[in-house]
Ligand binder design. Structure first.
Ligand code: PMP
Length: 283
């Protein structure tokens, strides 16, 4: 049984509880981060903390949480649960208050909890074989840059993709590819690597940022601009990035095979470079 963290306490997972009045339950009024763990070390932790601060600031959460405290309980959870490879999930909600649409009390104590989950990251099947994605309308709100726990639509979209024999869904607005249900979308055409600019319509991925730097280190050309579904279906290579997928090839988009239907050479090189840098900088 896992040990989890709730508001300063380490508890057995079946003893961990939060209030039914927590605003994360009633309004999804909470933000989260997922940090991957490889060889018991945290990947890109500092950047996850920067994004966490930003998400909390955008939602006007009153209290800032100290990064050293967060690092301490992440490390303790990894240790207590002997987590070699997987993730630490962290969620911070505005807190517990009587149900009301208007937020009148700005002094609520945030609810903070975290837990570990084992997951194969370095040697994942998806990374070896590549994944198939279908497309779906992007029906999310227009503040996708805030990492809130309002995840019902992406969860339904991913489930629908599984039912239809795909591994994930890419969300489309006005013919343009926004992102995957929990990852950023990329294509490569004529040796140019394309990913959409980050604005209010997608989440600025931590891995996206790191992979952009990897591409520069490999002297590849990266262009951050929108691309359409038609562009994606005629691309030479395609891939996704996220904290747990790292760089994972996309080999099919709807009924179109991407390139020769196998993980592409640029994608493989980017994955290798990302793994090298991520493990070097893990803490
Ligand atoms: N977009 C969305 C919608 C996501 O949920 C995620 C995963 N958190 C990402 C992109 C990738 O972000 P990161 O690289 O920070 O995991």
């Amino acid at each position: 049984m896992r040990v989890v963290y709730v508001n300063g306490k380490y508890l057995k997972e079946d003893e961990a509880k939060i209030s039914i009045f927590d605003r994360s339950i009633l309004f999804s009024d909470s933000v989260y981060e997922v940090t991957s763990v490889v060889n018991k070390k945290l990947i890109d932790f500092d950047n996850h903390m920067k994004r966490l601060d930003r998400s909390m600031k955008e939602l006007h959460f009153s209290k800032k949480i100290n990064h050293t405290t967060i690092l301490d309980f992440h490390r303790k959870l990894v240790e207590e649960n002997n987590l070699q490879e997987g993730i630490v999930y962290l969620q911070i909600s505005r807190g517990v208050v009587d149900r009301d649409f208007t937020i009148t009390n700005n002094n609520i104590e945030p609810t903070i909890f975290a837990f570990t989950q084992e997951k194969k990251i370095l040697e994942s099947e998806n990374a070896k074989k590549g994944i198939k994605v279908m497309t779906t309308d992007d029906l999310r709100w227009k503040r996708c840059d805030i990492k809130t726990t309002q995840l019902l639509y992406p969860s339904l979209a991913k489930t629908d993709s599984f039912k239809k024999g795909f591994d994930d869904a890419w969300m489309i607005r006005n013919g343009f590819v926004m992102e995957g249900t929990s990852n950023n979308a990329w294509i490569i055409k004529n040796k140019i690597i394309l990913t959409r600019q980050s604005d209010n319509l997608i989440l600025g991925g931590i891995t996206r940022e790191a992979v952009t730097n990897c591409a520069k280190a490999l002297k590849y050309e990266v262009s951050t601009k929108p691309f359409t579904l038609v562009d994606a279906q005629s691309a030479d290579e395609a891939f996704i990035t996220s904290a747990t997928a790292f760089v994972t090839p996309v080999i099919k988009i709807n009924s179109s095979t991407v390139g020769d239907g196998k993980p592409g050479v640029f994608t493989k090189a980017l994955r290798e470079e990302y793994i090298k840098q991520a493990l070097n900088n893990a803490i």
